[in-house]
Design a protein around this ligand. Structure first.
Ligand code: HBI
Ligand code: FE
Length: 287
């Protein structure tokens, strides 16, 4: 995450949480949530990891309207000890890691305007709650997210936040998972995006590469368009296992001496699911 100097807005607590203000949402805002939700539910079944759909069920997220975080947290707490807390937008890294390390997921309480359905800069309540929260009902992924938060606190102490942020980016935000029924989506940035939930699986442009922690930590990413690289995990248990059983300190030191890997590069040791054409940017430019 760019080192944006975040100014704590008035009325925000030290941990940047604010009241969600559920009863202040307008019917149009609830309708925006319903439009986004219905659009994703038309295309995610069969493309998304089954654990995501199970999470929607367990948390009863199919009910219409923007979820009330208090009610949602009651169900989430019962499932995995997590809760959803409202924040005004992106929060400083150390605040973010502290919340995750304590099983609190920070979610923006605002929703995009109807004319922003397809892209917005900051994560809104649809990205955060529809994209991220269902998998927090899965015990293994819930443990992974807490492990990431704790890892973030350690990375901060070693000046390695930007390095570790790549792990979050290529798993929690834009991860794919291998199943007996082919590759499936699980990253929140993909499952909450109408276009990218197609692009990430179907488009011939991006590379789809087997998850390898050190290779991933060297790989750059872009924040303003579809990914040119996706990493594929074998299972959530494998992702948790690697994260819990890696001593990141020596890995950060080892990688410090190695150059970053560009998004259009395939390394000799890569497990290649798709050797992408990398032509998306060109296609888009000439569209
Ligand atoms: N703040 N609200 C919010 N949501 C995020 O996803 C988030 C954040 N702050 C920092 C951050 N993500 C990432 O840069 C961390 O991986 C470092
Ligand atoms: Fe996100």
């Amino acid at each position: 995450m760019a080192d944006t100097i975040s100014i704590r807005p008035a009325g925000t607590a030290d941990d940047w949480t604010i009241p969600q203000g559920w009863d202040r949402y307008t019917p149009e805002e609830h309708a925006t949530w319903d439009t986004l939700f219905a659009r994703q539910l038309r295309q995610l079944p069969g493309r998304v990891a089954p654990e995501f759909l199970e999470g929607l069920d367990v948390l009863r997220l199919s009910r219409p309207g923007i979820p009330d975080f208090a009610e949602l947290s009651d169900r989430l707490m019962a499932a995995t000890g997590w809760q959803v807390v409202a924040v005004p937008g992106l929060v400083p890294d150390d605040v973010f890691f502290d919340h995750l390390a304590n099983r609190r997921f920070v979610a923006g309480n605002f929703i995009r305007r109807p004319d922003q359905l397809d892209y917005l800069q900051e994560p809104d309540v649809f990205h955060d709650v529809f994209g991220h929260v269902p998998l927090l009902a899965n015990p293994v992924f819930a443990d992974y997210m807490q492990a990431y938060g704790r890892g973030g606190q350690r990375a901060a102490a070693m000046g390695a936040i930007d390095r570790l942020a790549r792990l979050y980016w290529y798993t929690v935000e834009f991860g794919l998972i291998r199943t007996d029924d082919g590759l499936k989506l699980y990253g929140a940035g993909i499952v909450s995006s109408h276009a990218e939930s197609i692009f990430a699986l179907d488009d011939p442009s991006p590379h789809r590469l087997g998850f390898d922690l050190k290779r991933l930590l060297r790989t750059k990413y872009r924040i303003d368009d579809f990914q040119q690289n996706y990493f594929v995990i074998d299972s959530f248990a494998d992702l948790l296992d690697v994260t819990l059983n890696t001593d990141f300190g020596p890995v950060y030191q080892e990688l410090a001496g190695q150059p970053d890997i560009e998004v259009d590069t395939i390394m000799p040791e890569d497990r290649v699911y798709t050797r992408g054409t990398q032509d998306y940017a060109r296609r888009k430019a000439t569209a």
